[in-house]
Design a protein around this ligand. Structure first.
Ligand code: ZN
Length: 261
């Protein structure tokens, strides 16, 4: 059994402040990398406990260069580094399951830690066939294209609620913090979060038969809005049609292009 783990940084235990996620030069970010790496390791161990024979982990946050390589669990391989050609590089139909680790709720979700969709600074919001969707759904759409089901989502409580709303109650969710505001949370300490994630990953792989891939009707009627007209002006969405000062629309034929505008 092969398992593909997509990671983000905003939903990792111990991360609650933009200073930990935005600028690679800050001490807060450098420490967050260690928190991320240890949480990844817990997830990899849980996958192996649950019967995975091969685990591939994507370093998905920002430019994709966040893991601390010499601290990574030796039992997996890791897709890391900038210039990813697709959202989930290397994922194909040979994988039995996808895990979304350290994810966050979509833009404008109340009491959701570091909530955003793709770009927090640009204030992006996405709709597919009329339903506003965040990064959980975007990743699940790509996985669904290959017939692969998402079985575990971790992050704050709002992330877990969003995951169940889109992917169904059959999946496993692990909440490692509860949002009080966008940058304030009540957190589970990392050491306990790692235990929860390890157990959650093993349990999730046992649930694969109960989950089904997330798919939406094709072609996808897609909409992207930015926070301001100025940001929309500079975004350069060449594939889409501008429908008002802040909004672009396009018809997307392939689920792999779900964030291409
Ligand atoms: Zn991120």
């Amino acid at each position: 059994m092969r398992v593909y783990v997509c990671t983000d940084l905003e939903g990792i235990s111990g991360v609650t402040h933009w200073d930990q996620t935005r600028e690679m030069t800050t001490a807060a970010y450098q420490h967050a990398r260690h928190l991320l790496t240890k949480e990844v390791n817990a997830c990899v161990q849980g996958c192996l406990d649950g019967g995975a024979k091969e685990v591939v982990v994507l370093d998905g946050h920002g430019g994709g260069f966040n893991f601390v390589p010499d601290e990574l669990h030796p039992g997996a391989t890791y897709v890391t580094g900038p210039n990813r050609p697709t959202m989930l590089p290397g994922l194909d139909a040979s994988f039995a399951a996808v895990i979304l680790l350290g994810y966050h709720a979509m833009a404008n979700t109340p009491q959701a830690v570091l909530a955003h969709t793709q770009s927090s600074k640009a204030g992006c919001r996405y709709w597919y066939n009329g339903r506003e969707s965040g990064e959980i759904a975007q990743s699940a759409i790509v996985a669904g294209h290959f017939g692969v089901t998402v079985v575990l989502v971790t992050g704050d409580e709002a992330t877990c609620a969003e995951a169940r709303a889109f992917l169904g109650e059959g999946i496993v969710t692990v909440a490692v913090k509860k949002g009080i505001s966008i940058t304030c949370c009540e957190m589970v300490p990392p050491q306990r979060a790692w235990e929860l994630i390890r157990k959650g990953a093993a349990e999730a792989l046992a649930r694969i038969p109960r989950c089904k891939p997330y798919t939406i009707d094709l072609p996808i009627k897609a909409r992207l809005s930015y926070l301001t007209a100025e940001i929309a002006d500079t975004a350069g969405c060449r594939l889409s049609r501008r429908v008002d000062a802040t909004t672009y629309e396009r018809v997307i034929e392939s689920p792999l292009d779900v964030v291409r505008f």
